[in-house]
Design a protein around this ligand. Structure first.
Ligand code: LLP
Length: 420
């Protein structure tokens, strides 16, 4: 459920017509609904409320906008970060260091120091090498880094290859059958406090089955570690719950996810950490765009050329992802069209031969479900700058990220004197 709905034939974000935002901020622009963000955070919390000791760390990579993070912080969520930049954002948003989890295979020494200085609650160590390095850095400062060891359970998440992370050939985590040996070696290091295990098998999962398989395997490891005398007080179950991108798709609900977790983790007696991203922000945002022109040629479907492009919303070009496209003021007619951006490559295509609301030059339209992995994956390809982001709250809105103009980007470039 989200708050982007038609009222009197016009698409609204909460109580504000999207046409108002287009007029005042221009297009393309990302629009987030505060009520939807809050609702999704609350639904997720409620779905886990029956677990004895659950902690939700919002995966900042899904939407790092500071206003979005502030909503998460006000809802009591912590953060899952994967870079020094994301860590800094979590702190700016007011999240407590203790509520921050640091994931990622390539943490650099300066990022480890940054995490230690912020007193973060958990480093998710992705390799033995990383653990040894972090231990040395922490010990040299007289500190102990609280850690979980990320395991690669070799489970196929059944999602797009580029966002699968739990197969043996993926770069993430330590091999399942070496977990015990690596854990006990790291637990002996002075600079580390090994608290448990972490797993994340992929994103946009449409079935709970692979998650259940992975969590069951993690439960076996937990028992093995304890049998070997190790202390395990935390289990991090990652993110990955998918969301519908098409009106007719059915996905497991947070409630069903929570019930499955409750079943699998019964008797674990650990703190449970969750790292949802998409499930919380995905449906809470749209990318609002204006049609530049409709290009009709021969007997093929026309090209609806919009002012948003693959640099603004990369998912269709990158993963062949589907985003529903709707007119802001549908006129009741339909058309079959190719919806494309202005960028000079064929990959800059949002939809091919799609049945959509009839659109003409100057009409406004939205790409739905753009609140996760949207603005954050933008680039300035074709020197297009970065689009603005807006948050709506009832009938008011605020620009929560300024549009970055091409000139601001070229201002940061220099022609050396010896070329001038
Ligand atoms: N935890 C870890 C360690 C992750 O790597 C990720 C996502 C998450 C949590 C959050 O997963 P979620 O709940 O959002 O599925 N750019 C891609 C998605 C990449 C996901 C990367 N990792 C896309 O646009 O589909």
């Amino acid at each position: 459920m989200n708050h982007f709905e038609y009222k009197g034939g016009v698409l609204y974000a909460e109580d504000l017509p999207l046409s108002v935002i287009a007029r005042e901020v221009g297009t393309p622009v990302y629009v987030y609904s505060r009520a939807t963000l809050e609702r999704h955070a609350r639904v997720f919390k409620a779905a886990l409320a029956h677990l004895p000791n659950a902690h939700i760390a919002f995966a900042i990579k899904a939407n790092p906008n500071l206003a979005v993070l502030k909503v998460m912080q006000r809802e009591g969520l912590g953060a899952d970060v994967v870079s020094g930049g994301e860590l800094a954002r979590a702190l700016i948003a007011g999240m407590a260091g203790a509520d921050i989890v640091f994931s990622g295979v390539g943490k650099m020494p300066r990022e480890m120091i940054q995490g230690l200085e912020a007193g973060i609650g958990q480093f998710n160590i992705e390799s033995e090498e990383e653990g040894v390095e972090l231990a040395a850095i922490a010990a040299s400062r007289g500190l102990r880094a609280a850690c979980a060891l990320r395991v690669n359970p070799d489970v196929d998440a059944g999602t797009h290859d580029k966002i699968s992370t739990g197969k043996a050939e993926n770069k993430f985590g330590v091999p399942y059958d070496r977990t015990g040996a690596i854990y006990s070696r790291l637990a002996k290091l002075e600079g580390l406090e090994m608290r448990g295990l972490a797993v994340h098998i992929g994103s946009q999962l449409q079935s709970l089955d692979p998650l259940e398989t992975a969590f069951t395997k993690m439960g076996e490891l937990l028992r093995e570690l304890r049998a070997g005398g190790q202390i395990v007080t935390t289990m991090d179950l990652g993110g990955g719950l998918g969301v519908p991108y098409r009106a007719d798709e059915v996905f497991p609900t947070p409630e069903e996810y929570g019930a499955m977790v409750g079943r699998v983790t019964r008797g674990w007696d650990t703190r449970l950490v969750f790292e949802p991203g998409r499930a919380i922000t995905g449906n809470a945002g749209v990318l609002l765009t204006e049609v530049i022109r409709v290009k009709r040629s021969s007997n093929r479907a026309p090209f609806v050329v919009v002012d948003a492009a693959m640099n603004d919303l990369a998912r269709p070009a990158m993963y062949g992802a589907w985003h529903d496209i709707d007119a802001v003021k549908p006129n009741g007619q339909r058309m079959v069209a190719n919806v494309v951006g202005p960028i000079c490559e064929t990959g800059d295509t949002f939809a091919t031969g799609r049945d959509i609301d009839a659109l003409e030059a100057g009409d406004l339209a939205v790409f739905r479900t753009a609140g996760a992995y949207g603005a954050t994956m933008a680039s300035s390809y074709n020197s297009r700058g970065f689009v603005a982001e807006v948050m709506v709250d009832g009938d008011k809105f605020a620009v929560v990220a300024d549009r970055i103009l091409p000139a601001q980007i070229s201002d940061a470039e220099r022609v050396p004197e010896w070329l001038a």
